[in-house]
Design a protein around this ligand. Structure first.
Ligand code: FMN
Length: 353
């Protein structure tokens, strides 16, 4: 089915709102003469450090594909996805569009589509509120892929089973040069509204702590402060306190670890996040435990051991059949955080020769 320019623009705009690790927006698109839409990973913005096996990119592109599906559905159009359609590993999916047939799906998906523009990351804390006893069921019902599951924890004891694992994985980001460099490359210290990456304000760093973050943006300084426990303090500030001061924690798991599994997990991630947004919940993702244990970046032996402790800890909690993808701190928070920006849509058009 051929879409007119207005429908195409609405679909690409929805894709643009999708979340991506460090706001990297690592994707490109091409409209074909047939009316199909190809989504590619951007070679300049993917495949580095923790993304060497494309875990982060595939999750982000999964979010993009689901946004396209939901937006199309809300415009009365069905979609069919053909994943990794050819030999090119960067060509993640071709989306075909057809007139709508399935009325039941239409209602649920149209409802989720309404929240595409509002969905955002909220790194502020504390999150307040008592979560409804049915919250886990309500959020899980938004998923529609039996290979992915959403676990929602509101019980302190259950949350505490995961807290040390998240803390350990997050602190590794500040103790390995490659991960530190990857993280700080995405922080923009100059432009208050960068179209890619984030500012310290967007990262939720308090004004008084921003000079310290500027200081530790070089690996030399980070190493110096790590001697007096900086990475541990950062983990307490970014993981322990926010999670302790929030009423719930969610974990998205998948039953496989292939690139296709990651793309599909990304699709479910967006569905969960939109459902949470609909319920008025604030959402703060924590990718390090799942993504680092999946990507297995080259680290020194001490950190490799710590990462394998995280992996073992997750397996003890989840069993062998489920793979942890991403944690999300949830709760209620008034007002809005500083929202991240997006690139100009024209810069995402893939030039095909
Ligand atoms: C695969 C993936 C991993 C992410 N990991 C983290 C994370 O570990 N910590 C965090 O604070 N935000 C994380 N985010 C959120 C992104 O930073 C966020 O989506 C991006 O900056 C765009 O902002 P928005 O969600 O407000 O639109 C992640 C998002 C995705 C899709």
């Amino acid at each position: 089915m051929l879409l007119d320019a207005q429908l195409k623009a609405a679909i690409i705009q929805a894709a643009l709102y999708s979340p991506s690790a460090d706001n990297s927006q690592p994707w490109q698109y091409v409209w074909h003469d047939t009316g199909d839409l190809s989504i590619w990973s951007d070679p300049q913005l993917s495949g580095k450090a923790t993304d060497q096996t494309y875990v982060l990119t595939d999750l982000a592109i999964g979010n993009v594909l689901e946004a396209i599906k939901l937006q199309a559905k809300s415009l009365g159009i069905d979609t069919e996805l053909n994943y990794f359609p050819d030999e090119d590993p960067m060509h993640v999916a071709v989306v075909s569009f057809t007139s709508q047939t399935n009325q039941k799906l239409e209602a649920d998906d149209c409802e989720l589509a309404k929240y595409i523009a509002d969905r955002h990351t909220d790194r502020r804390f504390p999150f307040s509120g008592k979560l409804d006893v049915n919250i886990g069921r309500q959020l899980s019902e938004s998923l529609n892929d039996e290979n992915c599951q959403l676990h929602t924890f509101t019980d302190r004891k259950e949350i505490n089973n995961y807290l040390p694992l998240i803390k350990k994985a997050e602190s590794i980001r500040f103790r390995a040069e490659s991960l530190h460099s990857e993280l700080f490359q995405t922080v923009n210290f100059e432009d208050p509204t960068p179209s890619q990456g984030m500012t310290l304000g967007m990262l939720g760093i308090e004004p008084f702590a921003r000079p310290i973050f500027r200081y530790i943006s070089t690996w030399r300084n980070m190493q110096k402060l790590n001697k007096i426990g900086a990475s541990k303090m950062i983990a307490i500030r970014s993981v322990t306190l926010p999670i302790r001061l929030s009423p719930g924690l969610c974990l998205l798991t998948a039953s496989g670890e292939s690139r296709l599994d990651m793309v599909k997990a990304g699709q479910q991630m967006l569905r969960f996040w939109l459902a949470a947004t609909k319920l008025g919940l604030s959402v703060h993702p924590y990718a390090a435990p799942g993504v680092l244990t999946l990507a297995k970046p080259a680290l020194d032996p001490l950190l490799t051991n710590e990462l394998s402790d995280v992996e073992k800890g997750l397996a003890e909690q989840l069993g062998a059949s489920a793979t942890a993808i991403m944690f999300f701190r949830i709760g209620f928070k008034k007002g809005l955080p500083i929202r991240s920006q997006r690139r100009n849509i024209d810069s995402m058009l893939k030039i095909v020769s």
